[in-house]
Design a protein. Structure first.
Length: 173
């Protein structure tokens, strides 16, 4: 009897959590759709004396200081990554993603930018214009996963070696 009550309680809790999550997602879509205009710009100063129009943008991934940044409206992608401390050594600059808010159908627009090509050619037309709420994602390069696996193998080898030495000296004494 007690287990039946427990199962029913968990089922009701599960239904409640699913409905709450669905409601939160729908509300988030409505909020995102309602904030597509000028309300996403701010007037402020970034250390200077004059005020300028600012916007929030996000930087994720393999940069020195990922996070949310308040930047001037005319900031380009390279400057934004520079504000974030620049790309880390493991970063792939060939496939930087720019995720732009939601469109009318509720889906975000994703651009892939080859910053390596920009650095080689210097052609500013390769850089997309940033908008408020954009998220820039810099992923790891191809060798990063292999490097991580080697680090774990090395750590395990050190532990095995330490155990073997400990066992060897324990048997000798």
């Amino acid at each position: 009897m007690r287990s039946t009550k427990t199962i029913v309680a968990f089922a009701v809790l599960g239904i409640f959590l699913v409905s709450a999550a669905t409601h939160a997602q729908e509300r988030q879509k409505k909020v995102a759709a309602s904030t597509q205009g000028a309300a996403r710009y701010y007037l402020g100063s970034l250390g200077g004396t004059s005020e300028e129009l600012l916007m929030n943008v996000n930087v994720w991934g393999f940069v020195l200081k990922p996070g949310q940044y308040m930047v001037p409206v005319k900031t380009d992608l390279v400057s934004l990554i520079s504000y974030a401390g620049g790309p880390l050594e493991e970063a792939s600059l060939k496939r930087v993603q720019l995720i732009r808010g939601t469109t009318k159908d509720g889906e975000p627009t994703v651009f892939t930018v080859n910053l390596q090509k920009y650095l080689e050619q210097g052609d500013r037309s390769l850089l997309p214009t940033l908008r408020p709420g954009d998220t820039v994602v810099i992923r790891a390069g191809r060798g990063y996963g292999f490097k991580r696996v080697l680090e774990y193998v090395w750590r395990i080898a050190v532990i095995v070696q330490a155990y073997a030495l400990f066992s060897y000296y324990l048997k000798r004494s």
